[in-house]
Design a protein around this ligand. Sequence first.
Ligand code: UTP
Length: 289
Amino acid sequence: MIQRVRKAIFPVGGLGTRFLPATKSMPKEMLPVVDKPLIQYAVEEARAAGIEEFIFVTGRGKSAIEDHFDHSYELAATLNERGKQKELQAIRETLPEPGQVAYTRQQEPLGLGHAVWCARHMVMNEPVAVLLADDLILAEVPCLKQMVEAYERLGGNMVAVMDVPRPQTAAYGVVAPGRRDGRLVEVKGLVEKPKPEAAPSTYAVIGRYILQPRVFEHLGRLERGAGNEIQLTDAMARIIGDGPFHGYDFAGRRFDCGTRVGFLEANVAFALGRPDMRDRVKEFLKNYA
Ligand code: UTP
């Protein structure tokens, strides 16, 4: 029987060094694209995919994320007093149901694999989604929803993949592919940050995963991989033989908001998608071509 995915992990314990000084005292995941923090896009995507429990793996200096998903009594009261109903609605929409959110802390940023492992007791024995908020995906059907629909037919493990230019493979986890069927690519192997000449393909793993709980056993060995970090890719590579493992070549555009240019591009793309802003943004962009 294929167990439904009800829980999602949001690893937000990283240092965001590529975005300094912005991230000195503010979590990278709170950077806004247009007017919404990255982490809120990720939570909304998870909700659209049917996720009911949201597990944040935070770190030092990340309390703004907890505040963002909490009631803000003073702000709500002031907006109410001033008759700002639209704004009031916007902050209400950020609120998860009581008890739907849990936080745990990664005491040291030892890598993505380590952050995911920190959530093991909250996930227990069921499949879990992992979403990296700095991979922002613009799609008609939210990326994780596309994956959950495929997962409900196939079960096993699944990662979002995207075809990247070969010179860029060293920035990603890369799939050694088997058969391709529509958007699905069989995963035969996974390598973290391979040099272009050694990469088994150009299918890069993007920050959306559906994983079976056995991955925690391997993460629990706390073995260091590329960059001396505990890599999720290495633990996933060890569960490839366990059952189906697919890459899902999602429909949509991904923006790497962990980098300055990716973040800027996301802002432009999302602004152009907003009917209230599109025309003015198009107009001023002409000045910079
Ligand atoms: P990144 O590789 O982008 O690392 O992490 P980073 O530390 O956030 O940023 P840079 O490279 O220093 O600029 C990908 C995701 O994994 C989380 C990050 O918060 C981000 O969502 N992460 C990474 C953790 O939660 N803990 C870690 O130890 C490392």
